[in-house]
Write a protein that binds this ligand. Structure first.
Ligand code: NCD
Length: 346
């Protein structure tokens, strides 16, 4: 791999960065959704399903927890998290990795003025994997780039980078769609609505990048005009010939789609005055408008985008989606440490 400085590196397009996120042609750093191809997506979904099956028996759980027993992972979460933090922690335990964490920067030497680079490099001295969530958009990418040029490089997994990306959430969303449409022709050709704060929601961004790998998919971006999907992403979809439409009415879109992906307003990034978000909430009577085989997803946490009465409908997938997140993360970590073949042979 060519040594490349950061300024030059950031200017590369997603797929051009991919070699820097791989080791021996295998995924190493997990930074952005553009780094995944269709083969990888199919492989990871199949691996997650295989792992779930193995984990049903006592002997299977013993086998899984023997795979990475001598390894340690660091959970570096500088932003609030329940699901991502816990499911990564659980995934590590399933594979036998022990974990260390920093969740509050006030307890880390960053509070003494240490740079983010030095902090992460320090973490890397003690562990074999860093899973990081940070408010700064480019930090995980920068750390992955940096790892390639230090003596003991370890993999970096981006567990949420500011408003930009959440690639492992996108993997679990794909896994949930894959399972939901397994008997209905797969994800190919499905119509998917993404609803809510699309401008500042990182999950919808990462998922949109992945949907280009499924021919015939059409996306409906349902959001108030000031929170519509960013131009960079729309440009990417045009380039890859993924049809999309921007709309303002959730009610009108519901009968047309196979999946509704709800999101909350991301007001930690600033309040928007005079916004009536109720138009972008899933009303209980929408259940009658939604197709019988359609599904409702949400990365969670929810506020009032989905009333609790919807939870018991068989099309509500968000609780299963949470659980899928743990299995896909087990699969991902197993792949990074080249344990996938051992698992598939089990
Ligand atoms: C999401 C996130 O952090 O981006 N949560 C998650 O990881 N499941 C969505 C959100 O916070 O709205």
């Amino acid at each position: 791999m060519r040594q490349i400085d950061w300024k030059e590196f950031v200017k590369l397009r997603g797929h051009e960065k991919r070699p820097y996120f791989e080791k021996d042609g295998r995924p190493f750093h997990i930074v952005m959704a553009q780094q995944f191809d269709r083969e990888f997506l199919d492989e990871i979904c199949a691996l997650a399903t295989k792992i779930r099956g193995i984990a049903k028996s006592h002997a299977g759980r013993d086998f899984l927890s023997s795979l990475l027993r001598t390894r340690r992972a660091m959970l570096y979460f500088a932003q609030p998290s329940s699901r991502t933090y816990l499911s990564f922690g659980a995934a590590c335990q399933i594979l036998g990795l022990s974990t260390l964490d920093v969740r509050d920067l006030a307890t880390s030497s960053e509070a003494k003025g240490e740079s983010q680079e030095d902090s992460v490099r320090t973490f890397s001295s003690y562990v074999d994997l860093i899973i990081m969530r940070h408010y700064s958009e480019g930090l995980a990418e920068r750390m992955a780039w940096m790892m390639n040029f230090i003596g003991r490089p370890i993999p970096i997994i981006n567990a949420g980078s500011g408003k930009d990306q959440h690639p492992t959430q996108a993997l679990l969303d794909i896994y949930t769609l894959w399972r939901s449409f397994e008997n209905y022709g797969g994800i190919e050709g499905k119509k998917i609505a993404m609803v809510g704060d699309l401008k500042r929601g990182r999950t919808v961004r990462s998922l949109s990048y992945l949907l280009r790998h499924y021919p015939g998919v059409k996306i409906y971006f349902v959001a108030p005009p000031q929170l519509q999907m960013g131009n960079d992403l729309k440009e990417y979809l045009r380039e890859h010939k993924v049809p999309f439409e921007e709309c303002d009415s959730l009610r009108e879109v519901i009968p047309l789609v196979d999946a509704v992906y709800m999101t909350r307003i991301q007001d930690e990034h600033g309040k928007i005055e005079g916004l009536d978000f109720s138009k972008y909430q899933f009303k209980i009577d929408y259940l009658r408008l939604l197709g019988p085989n359609a599904v409702i997803l949400h990365p969670l946490p929810r506020r009032d985008e989905i009333p609790v009465e919807v939870d018991n409908d068989k099309r509500a997938m968000y609780w299963r989606q949470e659980r899928n997140g743990m299995w896909i993360r087990v699969a991902l970590i197993a792949m990074i440490f080249s344990k996938d073949q051992d698992i598939l042979r089990y």
